[in-house]
Write a protein that binds this ligand. Sequence first.
Ligand SMILES: Nc1ncnc2c1ncn2[C@@H]1O[C@H](COP(=O)(O)OP(=O)(O)OP(=O)(O)O)[C@@H](O)[C@H]1O
Length: 228
Amino acid sequence: MITLDDVVMVYEKGTQPAIDHVSLNIEKGEFVFVVGNSGSGKTTMVELLLKELNPTSGSIYVNGKELNRLHGNSIAKYRRGIGVVFQDFRLLKDRNVYENVAFAQRVIEKPNRVIKKRVPEVLTLVGLADKYRSYPRELSGGEQQRVALARALVNRPNILLADEPTGNLDPRNSEEIMRLLEEINMRGTTVLVVTHNREIVNMMKKRVIRLRKGVIVSDEKEGGYIED
Ligand SMILES: Nc1ncnc2c1ncn2[C@@H]1O[C@H](COP(=O)(O)OP(=O)(O)OP(=O)(O)O)[C@@H](O)[C@H]1O
């Protein structure tokens, strides 16, 4: 489902690679944490997977496509097939919850009849069906992240990437978001979570890939958070 084959990412010639000969394979339906200290290459890996960056060398395959071969419109199409959640939520402040989620469907020109069915379904999944008229400023951080999650899921991606999804949340809300990610994973979506959050990694007992200076230093099946 996701394969990195000897991937190197050098931002500026002559500097140390942010990703340094990384090869890894993530199967369909897996739940994976990518952990590591600040500067270890986690965000670079997410950006490579979204094709916001192109590797200096090596190949990345996602859903059977080699990303180096994608150009023009097919890049946008590829990105729309992946759900993404960020630390800072990135909601549209002037639209309510319903419209924030519906927006993702409008971009891919889903008919209104589909939107009217899917948006309430996915808001129910994240436990926010009764807040569909609220604006982001009226919601707690945990609720805003759940809206972001609903927006990431409404187009039914088979991969969900979450970059520090609990970075702005307290422990209780962090746990709720992780339980939701687990549920989404159990429904068949492959989930990749980049994080510093030791508590949630230790609580979830999932595969943990640890980066240090752009190199994979451990990859454990039911791993915990190991400090460098
Ligand atoms: N746009 C850029 N230009 C040059 N170097 C960069 C750029 N972005 C990241 N780097 C460098 O690449 C390395 C990896 O950075 P990256 O942001 O991927 O780490 P990270 O593990 O996500 O860190 P954090 O946890 O702090 O977000 C760092 O040495 C960083 O300074």
